[in-house]
Design a protein around this ligand. Structure first.
Ligand code: GDP
Ligand code: GDP
Length: 435
């Protein structure tokens, strides 16, 4: 779960997002000759040989109306704070510029490994141009072409080599969770409320990067690691309240957790950014608790809670499994219920059910609600089995997967949920034809 992170940094237009999108692997974003058009995502995953990693395109985090020096300083700070390895990208077409030198100067001050990539070396004949870049002081420049996909493998070899060794990363049985939500919903206040007086804070083990930002504690006899607590504490940096930064930060924390406390501000209701983050957590297969904070601020009647619940269920229909809890970090209302609730959804997320019991449920479901017929062909379900937990993932063997539409998959999911307690966790159903 602890995936290393690589960040791309460089002045505008050197090709950061082109390279990011190429490594992210899909070809959804077509690279056009207009700067900025490729930049629809700033956080994604990559894989090289057997190593999976997270990637940040720092060029996508911009502070509106700030001058170049502020922009680049913020982007470099983000790279230094968030990444295990930094890829500094320059352009072989233009040679070393003063802006490149400015970026280099900020990166000197970090202790993070920096790999220097000279992009736009589309033609091997131009490779001589790369020697100028030794002057930046980051060792051998790697010639690449983001557009043509040249040199990317060599670059990634170097990046992967510089990642921290696996044994530097913590490995324990703690329940890992993170607190996610827009700025000002009360995440820091919730951290303090959860860590309250009588929780045992398990001491930080010095020396690893992860420990600096994660907090271990024990509550009700259960061991937890709260992921990315440092990201929640205010550090007063200019970029912290930009939406793209906080979404990126949330995605990164979600990747490192099993359980997500998705926090909504009762005073403000639901916003677009909330949906982006919740959608990511759902797609990533994480257990999710919906926490409505600042519950103390509402004047309540006897249907306020019901109304709020209906609103949430409407906005997040795909997350019907997520329990909703109404809390106040200030008055501590219901905060004491959170450790048990986290444990409960975690257990469901890791749950495995017996094949025999599962198949009884599936066969009963088929008996009640016969499989559909498409163009005279009837869907036949032979067998189902759970292949994975975290989240629970089921394979259903059928005669022809095309005959099993979304609505029938949904029906089976509901039947499974009615018979086994999977509250708090998404479940995945994979249809496969029996050979
Ligand atoms: P960013 O601002 O650093 O993210 O740069 P972009 O990825 O948006 O690229 C800026 C421009 O450079 C776009 O027009 C790209 O098509 C172009 N570009 C990116 N990589 C290469 C490359 O390897 N060779 C050439 N010739 N152009 C490139
Ligand atoms: P963050 O940006 O999500 O970490 O939010 P903070 O924890 O910094 O809280 C933002 C503001 O909301 C602060 O002024 C908090 O005192 C306030 N706040 C947080 N939780 C609650 C709550 O449950 N009730 C009330 N009334 N205010 C809260």
């Amino acid at each position: 779960m602890a995936m290393p992170t690589v960040a791309f940094i460089g002045r505008p237009n050197v090709g950061k997002s082109t390279i990011f999108n190429r490594i992210a692997g899909d070809r959804i974003s077509i690279v056009e000759d207009t700067p900025g058009v490729t930049r629809d995502r700033i956080y994604s995953h990559g894989e090289w040989l057997t190593t999976k990693f997270a990637m940040i395109d720092t060029g996508g985090i911009q502070i509106s109306d700030a001058p170049f020096s502020t922009q680049i300083k913020s982007q470099a700070e983000i790279a230094i704070d968030e990444a295990d390895v930094i890829v500094f990208i320059v352009s072989g077409k233009e040679g070393v510029t003063r802006d490149d030198e400015q970026v280099a100067k900020i990166l000197y001050r970090s202790n993070k490994p920096v790999v220097l990539a000279v992009n736009k070396v589309d033609n091997p004949e131009n490779r001589e141009n790369i020697y100028d870049f030794y002057s930046l002081g980051f060792g051998d420049p790697m010639p690449i072409s983001g557009v043509h996909g040249l040199g990317i493998g060599d670059l990634l070899d170097k990046v992967v080599e510089a990642f921290p060794k696996v044994d530097d990363q913590i490995d324990n049985d703690d329940i890992r969770f993170s607190i996610i939500g827009r700025p000002n919903v009360g995440k820091s206040s919730l951290v303090n409320a959860i860590l309250g007086e009588d929780r045992v804070i398990v001491s930080d083990i010095a020396g690893t990067t992860r420990d600096a930002i994660d907090t271990r504690f024990e509550a009700d006899g259960i061991k937890f690691t709260m992921v990315d607590t440092a990201g929640i504490r205010k550090r007063g940096k200019v970029y912290e309240n930009t939406e793209r930064y906080s979404v990126m930060r949330a995605m990164k924390a979600i990747d490192q957790s099993s359980v997500i406390l998705f926090v909504i501000n009762a005073e403000e209701g639901i916003r677009e950014q909330d949906k982006k983050v919740a959608g990511y957590a759902h797609e990533a297969g994480k257990a999710i608790i919906t926490v409505v904070n600042k519950w103390d601020t509402l004047k309540k009647t006897n249907h306020t809670q019901q109304d709020f619940e209906t609103l949430i269920r409407n906005e997040f229909q795909y997350m019907a499994y997520s329990p909703i809890i109404f809390v106040s970090a200030v008055t501590k209302q219901r905060i004491e219920k959170l450790p048990q609730l986290i444990k409960q959804v975690y257990d469901n997320h890791e749950k495995r059910v017996q094949s025999s019991a599962l198949n009884d449920v599936i066969m009963d479901a088929v008996a009640v609600h016969p499989t559909p017929t498409v163009n005279g062909k009837r869907l036949r379900i032979y067998y189902a089995t759970q292949v994975k937990a975290g989240p629970p993932t089921f394979v259903v063997f059928v005669n022809n997967p095309d005959l099993m539409h979304f609505s029938y998959v949904r029906f089976l999911e509901n039947q499974i949920r009615e018979n086994f307690d999977f509250s708090g966790t998404p479940i995945k159903i994979i249809k496969r034809s029996r050979k």
